[in-house]
Design a protein around this ligand. Structure first.
Ligand code: SF4
Length: 441
């Protein structure tokens, strides 16, 4: 069977591998492995576990050839495909009332509007899935191939409410798929996007009670506040959480942490950093984060940054080195960065750091995280400011693996606009300390 599928085109063949020795070349298209049609990377990896692998490929001239690859059990055959998952990404079929993609202004790059809901990306990249477009066969495959952990956006365990929040009448039933994953012992992490007056309060209590029944396979649940941009014309009315609301949510979550810890020895449910920063209360100590399972989701990043910076400071010797530079950051984390620069002053009193909080005019004042800042806002707000000998920006505002921000401005564009060298800082304490000069950090 010949598949007309560009996702199976071989982009590269690594030298000195079973595939190169079998004569497979870039441009060939994979047809089957061991006689089985390959749907995606997981089928491929599963079939390639054998020591003798029969690979049928379609050459560019239209001829088909079956090659025998001889390799050891764990050895990769040596093929690199055009597409990482060897299949089209699955789109989501929901219309969530809180979807941030619906709140983005028009005219941005196309990829930013793509709504994925693909369990393979959950496994490969940590994306969150809703389970709404996973068939029973998909669940079978997750179990058969042991694709764990699977990250699940629950929002609520109330089936009716879940249907309403996700604009999908199957969203309530889809929760039963988590039962199957639990019964099969598949590790999971959960997320609840909290919307004021909708899935908070008693509904949140109900969700956390239900989800705690999935312990130990459900290893953590993060609760994150809904992100609200200013581009919500025609969308469901949602209110931002106030500082007082945030204190209430933290109190509720910490109550659950205490109860669950007593019973299971883990804290399990975590309020994202945003709640603590909004509330203006202290970030919990590191041991409350159970090995920081949801760092990528903004849970514990601030605690880690503070602890790592303090650790880096212990190995620094104070001196009189002198320098002036600036740091731009989202307004949410500004007090933390400001505080860390104050502490560093005790070691390097002659280093002056100007920390600038950038207000997100592009998405609106309620979007305060650094990762959603645009080049235009940074340039607009820093023009004419004292930036010292360099301006440092957090790595989180760059598109992965590039020097490009959300609005397609590059760090070079910012450098040209502000007439100052621009550097990028990773979000760890050692990188922050290293801003202070050689041997610092
Ligand atoms: S699952 Fe909901 S929030 Fe996620 S992309 Fe789809 S509509 Fe948006």
């Amino acid at each position: 069977m010949i598949m007309d599928d560009s996702t199976k085109v071989i982009k590269d063949v690594r030298p000195n591998t079973a595939a190169s020795e079998a004569g497979i070349i870039p441009g060939d298209r994979l047809v089957s492995v061991n006689g089985h049609v390959i749907h995606d990377i997981f089928d491929y990896q599963y079939e390639c576990e054998d020591t003798n692998v029969e690979m049928t490929v379609l050459h560019a001239d239209g001829s088909e050839e079956t090659c025998l690859l001889i390799k050891t059990e764990d050895e990769d055959p040596g093929l690199v495909f055009e597409d990482g998952i060897m299949d089209e990404y699955r789109r989501c079929h929901n219309k969530c009332i809180f979807c941030f993609i619906d709140q983005m202004p028009k005219g941005m790059r196309d990829t930013l509007y793509f709504k994925d809901d693909d369990s393979r990306l959950s496994f490969l990249q940590g994306n969150y899935v809703t389970l709404t477009n996973m068939s029973d066969e998909d669940i079978d495959r997750v179990i058969r191939y042991n694709l764990e952990p699977i990250n699940i956006s629950f929002q609520t365990t109330n089936p009716k409410l879940r249907c309403m929040m996700m604009g999908n009448r199957h969203a309530g039933d889809a929760l039963k798929k988590a039962d199957r994953l639990y019964e099969a012992g598949i590790r999971m992490n959960g997320q609840i996007v909290l919307c004021k007056g909708i899935n908070d309060g008693e509904e949140l209590d109900r969700s956390l009670k239900d989800l705690s029944c999935y312990i130990p396979y459900l290893e953590s649940v993060s609760v994150v506040p809904v992100g609200l941009s200013k581009h919500r014309e025609g969308l469901y009315h949602l209110e931002p959480f106030t500082a007082a609301d945030s204190i209430e949510v933290i109190r509720q979550i910490e109550g659950w942490q205490e109860r669950i810890y007593k019973e299971h020895g883990i804290h399990f449910v975590h309020a994202s950093d945003e709640w603590y920063l909004n509330a203006g209360v202290d970030i919990p100590p590191a041991d409350r984060y159970d090995d920081f399972l949801q760092l990528e989701n903004g849970v514990g990043m601030v605690r880690l940054l503070i602890d790592e910076t303090e650790e880096a400071m212990k190995s620094l010797r104070p001196d009189g080195r002198s320098r002036r530079f600036s740091v731009a950051t989202g307004s949410l984390v500004y007090p933390v960065i400001k505080d860390l620069t104050e502490r560093m002053k005790s070691l390097f009193p002659n280093i002056e750091v100007m920390v600038y909080p950038i207000v997100n005019d592009f998405f609106g004042e309620h979007v305060t995280v650094s990762g959603l800042l645009t080049g235009r806002d940074i340039c607009g707000q820093l023009k004419g400011k004292d930036l010292g000998d360099a301006l440092y920006l957090p790595e989180s505002l760059l598109r992965h693996g590039t020097l490009t921000l959300l609005d397609d401005m590059t760090t070079e564009d910012i450098q040209d606009a502000l007439q100052v060298p621009v550097g990028i800082v990773k979000s760890d304490g050692a990188s922050f300390a290293a801003l202070y000069g050689e041997n610092a950090g």
